[in-house]
Design a protein around this ligand. Structure first.
Ligand code: HEC
Length: 203
């Protein structure tokens, strides 16, 4: 018997059903998602991240922050994310509309960062934490990202860009630590992470 047509049909159905499941149905469900006007505040959500935050996303990507941090809040009943204060609501596809690639992440060695821009708004806190997590979070196992900072000889007066550090973390007298543009961009990206607009589909 000639099995050719049956094999062909089997291969065709396998490929067609995965194309329908993985491409067509997601496209129908999410393909035309757009920004919406939030009724409560009149704001448009989500907006494109500001330029510096976009650059910061590249630093986030390049430094493997995603290996330890997720950016997805599970609904109530599916985990303790909301109880842990990682968000007031679950995240939905619209939250990621302007992100490419989306930094969902799978590992949670550190906390979820979907709403870190709501939880921690201080630039100084973020810079100190990146320079050495022990400054802000004693006992942290997050690695320091010291190469995002530069050690410079201090002038007569400390430079306005110099990072304020507690005594035990400060460099030797005569030198100062200055965040590189990469560190500042990364912090702007972290501050832009706010998946908290009250979207109707996330209620
Ligand atoms: C090896 C795992 C690991 C990597 C890689 C890592 N982190 Fe963390 N991160 C942690 C852990 C653990 C904590 C919790 C303790 C702390 O606050 O330091 C944390 C905490 C944080 C917090 C504070 C969260 C909160 O809710 O207070 C921020 C912000 C953060 N990390 C950003 C980053 C960024 C940005 C990068 C990449 C440059 C990064 N992390 C890379 C493990 C990691």
């Amino acid at each position: 018997m000639n099995y050719g047509p049956i094999i062909f049909l089997g291969v065709f159905l396998t490929i067609a059903s995965s194309w329908i499941g993985l491409v067509l149905i997601p496209q129908v469900q999410f393909g035309r998602q757009q920004e919406v006007k939030i009724e409560e505040t009149g704001e448009i959500y989500p907006t494109v991240r500001p330029g510096l935050a976009q650059q910061g996303m590249e630093i986030y990507k390049a430094n493997g922050c995603i290996y330890c941090h997720s950016q997805q809040v599970r609904p109530e009943g599916y985990g303790a994310d909301i109880a842990r204060n990682w968000g007031q609501r679950r995240t939905v596809s619209r939250d990621y509309l302007h992100d490419n690639p989306v930094m969902l992440g799978t590992m949670r060695t550190g906390p979820d960062l979907s709403n870190i821009g709501v939880r921690q708004t201080s630039v100084l806190w973020h810079l100190q934490h990146l320079y050495n997590p022990q400054i802000t979070s004693k006992g942290s196992i997050m690695p320091p990202f010291r190469f995002l900072f530069e050690k410079r000889k201090a002038g007569d007066k400390p430079s306005p860009d110099a990072l304020a550090l507690p005594k035990e973390f400060a460099p030797e007298p005569g030198s100062e630590i200055v965040p590189k543009p990469e560190a500042r961009a990364l912090v702007q990206y972290l501050l832009s992470l706010k998946a908290n607009a009250p979207l109707p589909e996330a209620r």
